[in-house]
Design a protein around this ligand. Structure first.
Ligand SMILES: Cc1ncc(COP(=O)(O)O)c(C=O)c1O
Length: 305
């Protein structure tokens, strides 16, 4: 486990360090429903090396097309980097099966767990992912701290990505040698307060049971993303009301949702919407919160009647 600033930095670490072995024509497979942080570092790597980005399509429900995924995989595939739970749609991807398929062609797999650590139990050994990244603040911890998990032999074989204190064993002007894991990838004074805060957040999280939430039907409300397996994220549109207007009116009633493209512009384009409103249920939400949201949506409809 390597401490990073968050999921974004963890993915960039892999793109920089593991990316050193990429050559022209190598392929990286991602999906249509990735967060920008799991798109842009790979585009930058492709620019540097001549590698090629391949994208798994998604169907109208928000499920990845696994037949298309199988067809994309080949001995040219060096890495598959996929989101576990989509922040924009709530889709829970079948990562265990996708990892097995990637391993069959000799590819490594990175799992973006930014939205799954707080919703699903994660066992990296059982999942058999090669890398997994998450952010502390998505798990009710502090910002500026996150984790990259990597298989030991893989991390051993990768060069450091930032130089400085702590990541070295010895320094001379002639030659510098690297420290052991995880320090090799943790140059400079670490975010000590953040790591302690993250530990406390994980302790809190592990002391709780997760509850299920059921929504009643609202006329004019259309859920974007109806994947077979979903996390507690409801991305929606409401009649032709702009999501930012929905967000503003709900905010006046004390309800915080997120409105916008959710750092997933390719996903919005795929579903022909400029943005969605997104209610994201956390383990501290109560049934009263859900009722308040539904009442708030009624207020929005009244304003725009
Ligand atoms: C699925 C997903 N991946 C990656 C990220 C990036 O996380 P961070 O900004 O903490 O690095 C987010 C943040 O919203 C996310 O939802």
């Amino acid at each position: 486990m390597i401490f990073t600033r968050g999921t974004t930095e963890a993915i960039n670490l892999v793109a920089y360090s593991f990316g050193q072995r990429f050559r022209e024509g190598d392929e990286i497979v991602i999906s249509t429903i990735e967060h920008h942080s799991n798109i842009v570092p790979w585009q930058m790597l492709c620019e540097r090396t001549g590698a090629v980005l391949r994208v798994i399509p998604v169907n109208d429900d928000g499920d990845l097309d696994l037949d298309a995924y199988a067809a994309l995989l080949s001995p040219r595939t060096k890495l598959v980097s996929i989101v576990h739970v989509s922040n924009a749609l709530g889709t829970v991807n079948p990562v265990r099966e996708m990892i097995r398929m990637a391993h069959d062609v000799g590819a490594r797999v990175l799992v973006d767990a930014a939205q799954s650590v707080q919703h699903l139990p994660i066992d990296v050994r059982e999942m058999d992912c090669d890398f997994l990244a998450f952010s502390g603040h998505k798990l009710y911890g502090p910002t500026g701290i996150g984790v990259l998990y990597g298989k030991r032999e893989l991390l051993e074989s990768m060069p450091p990505w930032q130089g400085g204190g702590d990541m070295i064993l010895s320094v001379t002007f002639e030659k510098t040698t690297w420290n052991a894991l995880p320090y090799k990838f943790e140059a400079g004074t670490p975010n000590i307060a953040g790591a302690i805060g993250l530990g406390a957040a994980i302790g809190y999280y592990q002391s709780l049971d997760l509850a299920a939430v059921i929504m009643r039907e609202v006329t004019g409300l259309s859920i974007v993303g109806n994947a077979k397996v979903k996390a507690s994220v409801a991305s929606f549109t409401l009649c032709a009301i702009h999501p930012h207007d929905i967000g503003t009116i709900l905010d006046r009633h004390g309800i915080a949702i997120r409105a916008g493209h959710h750092c997933a512009q390719p996903t919005m384009k795929r579903f022909n919407v400029p943005a969605t409103a997104r209610a994201s249920f956390a383990l501290y939400n109560t049934v009263a919160d859900v009722d308040a949201l539904l009442d708030g949506i009624d207020r929005v409809l009244e304003v725009f009647a």
